[in-house]
Write a protein that binds this ligand. Structure first.
Ligand SMILES: [Zn+2]
Length: 152
């Protein structure tokens, strides 16, 4: 399968089963994030020394190696830094509809989060595109409280 891509993109074919990976997540910063998502807000932690804003926030600055705890509110709009178009699931079974998954740098944050972009043709997706988060109707305090992102 070959797709037409813009100059800034690279096509990688094959299967990548990410269900075999294990992730280590900073508990306090993740709790801050999911608790705020229950109120349809996104919060991170800012380093007072280098002013880096992390989402989810770690308990120490990755650059300065100092403890940090300044909570800051992050925008629900941001910029697409990278994206992937999925045509099949991790087992290679074709999806009924493509899925556009992106790394998004939210306004006010220096780190990226992952999100699904809906409501557009994947051919029109671009790095640098502005997107906005849309919430589920009744957030429960989970990363899934952001239902999707849409281009703005
Ligand atoms: Zn710092």
């Amino acid at each position: 399968m070959t797709f037409e891509m813009g100059e800034e993109t690279r096509e990688v074919q094959g299967t990548w089963d990410i269900s075999t990976y294990k992730y280590l997540i900073d508990g306090a910063g993740m709790k801050l994030l999911v608790d705020s998502m229950k109120e349809k807000k996104i919060r991170g932690i800012k380093c007072p020394q280098c002013e880096t804003v992390y989402v989810p926030g770690p308990t120490f600055c990755r650059k300065c190696y100092i403890d940090i705890d300044e909570v800051v509110e992050i925008g629900e709009t941001g910029v697409v830094m990278s994206y992937a178009v999925e045509m099949a699931d991790v087992r290679g079974n074709p999806l009924e509809e493509f899925r556009l998954t992106a790394m998004i740098k939210l306004d006010g944050a220096d780190t990226w989060i992952i999100g699904t972009i809906s409501g557009m043709d994947w051919h029109d997706a671009r790095i640098g595109m502005r997107v906005k988060a849309f919430w589920v109707d009744e957030p429960v305090g989970s990363l899934a409280d952001i239902d999707r992102f849409e281009a703005i």
